[in-house]
Design a protein around this ligand. Structure first.
Ligand code: MN
Length: 455
């Protein structure tokens, strides 16, 4: 399996779609590679997603300019000295032919009057773009300039529903992620370190010409939602939470979480809670179709999870009153999912402009403040569905827990000491009449996960 490129025509069509919606000129910068310690040693370059969407190549310090119906790519011409170190680069004519685009040397660029832009997420690229445009560009803050906010709205319209080339890329990424998770399952055994599983997962991505779409989470401490390091020894009683997704060479992401037993077999209590989370995830996925409000998917997932926790005896009382008292956010303190595309949290560089439909705002209630998406679902959107159950120390000692403490069975909670965090996450495409799970090849039912670990 290898990361295959999209046809040039899809980028021509995307540029056309943006051009017809623009109210004025705009300049999209690809960004600049970050220096590690000296000029010659840099972090791997990844182009800004708003640029990549229309070009499909990670070309450094390039500008894509839309102005009065024309689209031009300005790039640094190949430098013969550079070829010594990095090999020959295509000429501007060759690049123009490959991209089906007018390509000019960057020296010929001048800023169109009143051009909008989108600020890169990192400071270095923002400073570079600021210098190119001769005006302030604040890293990661599109709200700083009203002209840019307008462009951001148009960009959301263009990128929210994915075309077939994008879906092909995301399917490729999901397929590689399935192989990666399976390799991780096979590599899991007591006495090894988390890092060995992470290496097996990322080796598969590398072998397929892909990279991790975000820092892989491979941890026996799943209760730390975004655990960054993978240094722990894995013990037989632990659950291993793996949140890892491949990114295609063109930048399209996948984002998948599984939680599996280090011993190869879920214990009785682990199985109970796992199945409660799985029931919640399946109920949420079943709701995904055009016209459904994503906040309702989130609420349904919390409802099914809390019902499941009642069934296994962790909670007592009626699920609806437990939810009203905040039981959902004590054990499931994040949102059910987010947009997925070129970015793992697609277009979150634009704040909530992509995730929240016009007129909707993020709630500050504990149960919904981390909900990153509240739109009515539309065909072509890809969202993640990722409920979880966590025993988080400070939440179990704090006021939200106090509000439901009388409904919690203390012995059962203690019995769950080897259930620190369970999350199950899939990538779900909204289709005309329902949904399609892009990551369906990653084992998920307990028996399938156990079989995959056994290899
Ligand atoms: Mn996710």
């Amino acid at each position: 399996m290898w990361s295959e490129p999209s046809p040039a025509e899809c980028f021509v069509e995307r540029r056309r779609r943006l051009a017809t919606r623009l109210h004025g000129p705009c300049v999209l910068g690809s960004g600049i590679a970050r220096v590690r310690n000296f000029e010659g040693n840099r972090f791997a370059f990844r182009a800004e997603s708003h640029f990549l969407y229309f070009v499909g190549r990670h070309i450094e310090e390039a500008l894509l300019v839309f102005d009065a119906g024309t689209v031009t790519l300005f790039v640094e011409p190949p430098d013969p000295d550079d070829a010594l170190w990095h090999g020959p680069e295509p000429s501007l004519e060759e690049l123009a032919e490959q991209l089906q685009l007018d390509v000019r040397p960057i020296d010929e660029f001048s800023v169109p009057q009143g051009a909008a832009t989108l600020p890169p997420g990192d400071v270095e690229s923002s400073l570079w773009l600021e210098e190119v445009l001769g005006r302030a560009v604040e890293a990661g803050n599109v709200a700083a300039n009203e002209l840019d906010v307008e462009l951001a709205r148009v960009m959301v319209e263009v990128r929210l529903r994915h075309d077939s080339a994008a879906l092909n890329q995301m399917s490729q990424a999901a397929a590689v992620t399935a192989r990666a998770h399976r390799s991780g399952m096979v590599a899991t055994r007591p006495g090894r370190r988390e890092a060995q599983v992470r290496a097996a997962i990322e080796a598969e991505m590398t072998a397929c010409g892909m990279i991790p779409a975000y820092n892989s989470i491979v941890t026996v401490h799943g209760e730390v939602l975004h655990h960054g390091s993978s240094t722990h020894l894995m013990n037989a009683g632990d659950l291993l939470l793996v949140d890892a997704g491949a990114e295609s060479a063109e930048g399209w992401a996948s984002d998948v979480t599984r939680t599996w037993p280090v011993s190869g077999k879920y214990s009785g209590v682990q199985a109970e809670v796992y199945d409660a989370v799985l029931a919640s995830q399946l109920a949420a996925i079943a709701m995904c179709r055009p016209g459904v409000r994503f906040r309702d998917v989130h609420r349904r997932a919390a409802e099914v999870l809390v019902s499941g926790l009642c069934e296994i005896g962790l909670l007592r009382g009626s699920p609806s009153s437990l939810l009203e008292r905040g039981a959902g956010s004590v054990f499931f303190p994040h949102g059910i999912g987010h947009l997925l595309g070129l970015d793992v949290h697609d277009m979150e560089d634009l704040g909530d402009l992509a995730g929240y439909a016009p007129g909707r705002q993020r709630s500050d209630e504990p149960a919904e403040r981390y909900l990153r998406l509240d739109r009515d679902l539309e065909p072509g959107m890809v969202v993640t569905i990722e409920p979880g159950f966590y025993r988080i120390g400070h939440l179990l000692g704090g006021p939200p827990f106090a509000a439901i403490a009388d409904a919690v069975d203390g012995d059962k909670l203690a019995a769950l000491s080897h259930v620190r965090g369970i999350r199950i996450e899939d990538d779900v495409l909204i289709t005309e009449d329902g949904h399609h799970v892009l990551s369906a090849d990653v084992p998920k039912q307990r028996a399938d996960v156990e079989a995959a670990i056994a290899g």
